[in-house]
Design a binder for this molecule. Structure first.
Ligand SMILES: Cc1cc2nc3c(=O)[nH]c(=O)nc-3n(C[C@H](O)[C@H](O)[C@H](O)COP(=O)(O)OP(=O)(O)OC[C@H]3O[C@@H](n4cnc5c(N)ncnc54)[C@H](O)[C@@H]3O)c2cc1C
Length: 598
């Protein structure tokens, strides 16, 4: 048994990945290192957290059983007032607002578990809860002044004020920097005048408060530049108009609208964070918000497959239950292993948030990408298991497919998050090579630097990182994850040497690097969780369900990650590019066939 020792604080351990900033497990992976102190031991909740969580879950489940009719809310396209008010009365609107401002002050572990429970019950209701707490008023908790916190948070905590987050615009979705909303200081410098149009705003119809992003003209080095700035705006201010609720594919009960700001006067005291720092504010908010989405997605997957399991037991074809057919069993087995991985990673990342001084931005992105894709796939598999009734509106499967799909799109699309993981991961290996690049410009005076790089590379190629805290029952699997980390770092270095700065444009490669990093993080979370499970009960026999899921997941992921890494250098990229460009140029998704001209 290995993991009993208490880790030193994350910031005391030297590491390659930007030693002077908060450490990141995944950024370390791009350099071929394993920061075990960030991922072991697997987190457990304190007795107090367990007690709070049990109380909250019991209360929410009782409320859900008596008051939440998801099929009706989906049909009506709105929440009955008693559902929203029930959420408020349960204290859920203030779950992660600090106690000092009237909230419950839940840890990230408790918050994300509750998020998951709501997500597994009704995804539209999670958007009500998440748009308010994860992104709507989160900025005030993170960046607000004492006055701002005292003014807004207590009312947000009770649900008297519902919050919404206004970033997206017609011309600016993934590219948030391209926003056109403006905020101009009034002549007497007491107010900003906000103009602009925000679209797809969740909770807009109920909102009492908007966290809004707009560009403020600021003078930098004598030049006038527009800089994104965050504002807290009273939703009832003059000049704000709301569009009609959007007619959506899923999460129909969630209220989504356009919000137009026409010369809205906002007191200067309502700037959130510093003028010009709005982009940072938005990124920080979304960073933590994404983990909730991952938790909701994973629980959603679990919920719909549990429904499918009941059906598979009861439905008989060919004289036996459909659950006895191996093609149906394969779907349950794979999903169970992936849900096990997603839950482990959400818990591990929540702990990083709770510990503080850890950069978890790539881990929250990894969890969101993995869990949102899992939820969509799980809903599709559950529908397939249900056969014809899966396609009927009378049953929950088709709704699960519609509801789960949004998670791949909002709070950073999965493409943008994969680019974020790859490009952030590449930053430090890139800097190391840049230094080397300058050294080669003056090789005579840089021999020391060049030879130490070459020696370092030779050493890196030979010396593989190791997991030392994984239970021996999983040592073979742990060695394989370590091999993947080593191979990824070498592949990253080679790709950087080959493509240089042009790697920024090579998204085929970025996607594979991100997929490898995501697979490695999920695998590491599984190693950590399963080690903890084994040690908790003192042996492997009592944790067969967990161990089976772990082994299946680790074996599958090993193959997938290995393939992603291999394809960083051996691929069909030129051909893929040519095909895609042809499709885009002709507007025809495939070559003309013999019957097309008929
Ligand atoms: C139901 C719903 C609720 C929402 N709630 C909110 C909310 O409360 N507040 C808010 O501010 N916004 C909200 N949004 C907006 C959401 O965050 C955006 O839709 C999302 O960020 C994508 O922006 P877009 O729709 O403009 O797509 P685009 O940015 O136009 O992207 C279209 C496609 O291109 C891809 N793409 C774009 N750029 C790149 C790139 N550089 N590399 C590779 N691929 C790229 C995207 O991944 C996507 O697949 C909501 C959206 C919906 C549908």
């Amino acid at each position: 048994m290995t993991t009993a020792t208490k880790p030193s604080p994350a910031h005391d351990v030297p590491h390659l990945a930007a030693p002077d900033v908060n450490p990141s497990f995944t950024k370390g992976v791009f350099l071929g290192e394993i920061r075990e102190d960030l991922v072991f031991p697997f987190p457990v909740m304190s007795a107090e957290e367990n007690e709070s969580l049990r109380m909250i879950l019991d209360a929410f489940r009782a409320f859900a059983a008596s008051s939440i009719d998801s099929a009706k809310m989906d049909h009506d396209g709105k929440f009955p007032d008693e559902v929203r008010h029930g959420m408020h009365e349960l204290g859920l609107m203030g779950l992660n607002i600090p106690e000092a401002y009237g909230g419950f002050g839940a840890s990230a572990k408790v918050f994300n578990r509750v998020f998951g429970e709501i997500g597994g019950t009704d995804p539209a209701l999670t958007v009500y809860f998440g748009a308010h707490e994860s992104i709507g008023c989160k900025g005030i908790t993170l960046f607000g002044t004492e006055e701002q916190k005292n003014q807004w948070l207590p009312k947000c905590a009770t649900g008297e004020i519902v919050a919404a987050f206004c970033l997206t615009e017609p011309g600016s979705g993934s590219d948030a920097q391209a926003m056109e909303s403006t905020a101009v200081l009034s002549d007497d410098a007491t107010h900003y005048i906000i103009d602009g149009r925000k679209i797809w705003i969740s909770n807009a119809g109920y909102a009492g408060l908007f966290t809004v992003f707009a560009k403020v003209p600021v003078t930098i080095d004598g030049k006038l530049k527009n800089r994104v700035t965050a504002f807290i705006i009273d939703a009832h201010s003059e000049g704000i108009t709301l569009g009609q609720p959007e007619q959506k594919m899923g999460i129909k009960a969630s209220d989504t609208r356009t919000v137009t700001f026409d010369k809205v006067r906002v007191p200067v005291e309502n700037v959130l964070g510093d003028v010009g720092q709005g982009f940072k504010v938005a990124l920080e908010i979304l960073n933590s918000g994404r983990l909730g989405l991952a938790s909701g997605s994973s629980r959603g997957a679990r919920h719909i497959l549990s429904e499918a399991a009941k059906y598979a037991n009861q439905r008989e074809q060919f004289g036996r239950s459909i659950g006895s057919f191996e093609m149906i069993q394969r779907k349950f087995a794979q999903a169970a292993a992936e849900i096990y991985a997603a839950d482990s990673a959400v818990m591990l990342t929540s702990e990083m948030m709770d510990r503080g001084h850890i950069d978890y931005s790539l881990e929250t992105a990894a969890c969101k990408v993995f869990a949102s894709e899992l939820a969509v796939h799980a809903a599709s598999e559950a529908m397939q298991i249900a056969g014809g009734i899966g396609y009927s509106k009378e049953f929950p499967y088709e709704r699960a497919m519609r509801d789960s799909r949004i998670n791949m799109i909002f709070e950073g699309t999965n493409e943008i998050l994969r680019a974020l993981i790859a490009l952030s991961g590449l930053q430090q290996p890139g800097e190391r090579l840049k230094t080397l690049g300058s050294a080669f410009k003056d090789p005579l005076h840089s021999m020391g630097e060049i030879s130490s790089y070459i020696a370092g590379r030779a050493k890196r190629a030979v010396k593989k990182p190791e997991f030392t805290r994984v239970h021996p029952a999983l040592s073979k699997e742990a060695d394989r994850v370590a091999i993947l980390i080593h191979s990824l770092a070498l592949a990253v270095e080679s790709a950087l040497m080959k493509h240089g700065k042009k790697i920024m444009e090579r998204q085929f490669i970025q996607e594979r690097m991100a997929d490898a990093a995501i697979g490695i993080y999920m695998s590491t979370a599984v190693l950590s969780r399963t080690t903890w499970e084994i040690e908790r009960v003192g042996g492997v026999d009592a944790v067969k369900p967990e161990l089976d899921c772990a082994r299946l997941f680790l074996a599958d992921r090993y193959r997938q990650v290995k393939r992603s890494i291999r394809r960083i250098s051996r691929n069909q990229d030129e051909r893929m590019k040519a095909i895609a460009e042809r499709v885009l140029e002709t507007g025809d998704a495939a070559p003309t066939g013999p019957t097309d001209h008929v």
